[in-house]
Unconditional design. Structure first.
Length: 145
């Protein structure tokens, strides 16, 4: 059975991702933050001083990508990169005062965005969505083995 374009679940997820990313990109514009940079900041607002390798793990990004985004955030004055004691190759990302203050403005925007995305979706449905997405991720990760 041949699927039509609109039958592919990956296309439906991709279209949703594009809509979500476009929406949050517009909301973050006034803060001089790209959506991917905001993911790093969200993690640092939760736990300041994370190493680049930890951020790469949490965001499922390669270290080069994280280093590039961190460099941009540092140029904007939101973070500073500091060497990790005992490991010259590792860097710890620490919020500057400006970066900490930015969290007070951006976190409410992120929370409102989450409320918009989840509007009309029950807690049970959200748990089921998370379960299904985890299963899909696992299917793809194990398909290459």
């Amino acid at each position: 059975m041949k699927l039509s374009f609109t039958d592919y679940i990956s296309i439906k997820i991709h279209k949703t991702d594009l809509i979500l990313t476009s929406f949050i990109k517009e909301k973050l514009k006034e803060f001089n933050l790209a959506p991917e940079q905001n993911l790093i900041m969200m993690l640092l607002w939760e736990k300041d001083g994370m190493e680049q390798s930890q951020l790469a793990f949490h965001l499922n990004k390669d270290k080069t990508n994280i280093a590039r985004m961190a460099s941009s955030l540092e140029r904007k004055g939101f973070i500073k990169r500091l060497p990790v004691e005992g490991d010259r190759r590792s860097l710890r990302l620490c919020l500057t005062e400006e970066g900490k203050a930015l969290g007070d403005q951006v976190i409410p925007v992120a929370e409102a965005f989450n409320e918009t995305v989840c509007d009309g979706i029950s807690k049970e449905e959200l748990l089921e969505l998370e379960r299904l997405l985890t299963k899909m991720n696992s299917n793809v990760l194990h398909a290459g083995q």
